[in-house]
Design a protein around this ligand. Sequence first.
Ligand code: PLP
Length: 387
Amino acid sequence: MKTSMNRRAWLKSGALLAGGLTLLPSGLTALAASPPVSALGEQLTDEAALLGSPPQIKARLLANENPFGPSEKVKQAMMEALSTSYQYPAMYARELVQKIATFEGVTPEHILVDAGSSPLLQAAAIHFSRKGGAIITGAPSYRDLPDSAKDLSTTIVEVPLTTEYKLDLEAMEKKVDATTALMYLCNPNNPTGTVLDAAKLKAFTERVSQKVPVFIDEAYIDYLPDPQSVTMIEAVKKGQNVIVARTFSKLYGFAGMRVGYIVAQPETIKILSKYAVGGMSISAPAIRGALVAYQDQAFMKEALQKTLASRQFLYDTLKLEGYSYIPSSANFVMFPLKMDGKRFVEEMAQRGVGIRNWKFNNQDWCRVSIGRMDEMQAFAAAFKQLS
Ligand SMILES: Cc1ncc(COP(=O)(O)O)c(C=O)c1O
């Protein structure tokens, strides 16, 4: 069979061990052995999935939110900010920029904040689409920026993931040509939860950014054991043509408050700020909360531990039911389904569980966001009825 042939060839070449795929459950290694070839079909956004989800949802596992946040301290700061919320938030936005700049060792001119990272992805999509050309991205990966650019007639070059479901840096670099306007990478990657090797990414970024700007979406980086050793803000500090996007929507638990930022060369920040509202688009309670939340190590550690416990529970549930999964470095897990994805989502929704489905490599997949333990138990109970 084609699949087992591929797998054998792989094992022979040693690529499996070199790539660390020994961590994959056995079912998945077989799946991983078939090269990802198919292009992506139409995919819902998280927003559309949320709007389409049933109102009586027990387990909200479809938008990669963090139900363990924000912290009590942060909520207190937000409440206190309400009484002066007749004031514009400009000085708090400036304070937040200063705080991030100090932590990262860059100047405030290297930073642009906005109401979540989405408006900044949008700003980049607009700017890099102005002269036409192409944007290179992984498939499947986060679609927000490429989809916005596509609406502006930019060509989107989708490069399939590797057999380990990681962004294929080598193949992506080969796609760079005179028409390339931007290289977009999501690390850790949404929806697969895989993370790139830091040394490889560093070398890639250094080489590629000499030819085209490199945009690295680090929305989920806070879920890694040591984000500072993986972030490409280091590349910005070295003067490279790199844009790094961060958000408070994930580990900080601010998805509903809307705070995000990018770090890039001051000239890039100046250009992108033409297409974004910036600090004035964030409400004062959100910024005051973000000032308290930013790098609150005690809170981050606790939220991370709870996430990891829920993620382990999900892994155990899937294993017990005879399913494989892609080991995740983020707050969501992707696993191959044994039934039609759309039907699975509908059946789970009827049982009060919101999840998302994907289709790629001729396979239906489910992405489960990591929630509270009671939500994961609700997932497990519903899943057992369908698996
Ligand atoms: C990879 C990635 N980037 C950016 C975003 C946008 O997040 P926000 O606008 O809430 O900062 C998301 C949201 O899920 C995401 O998954």
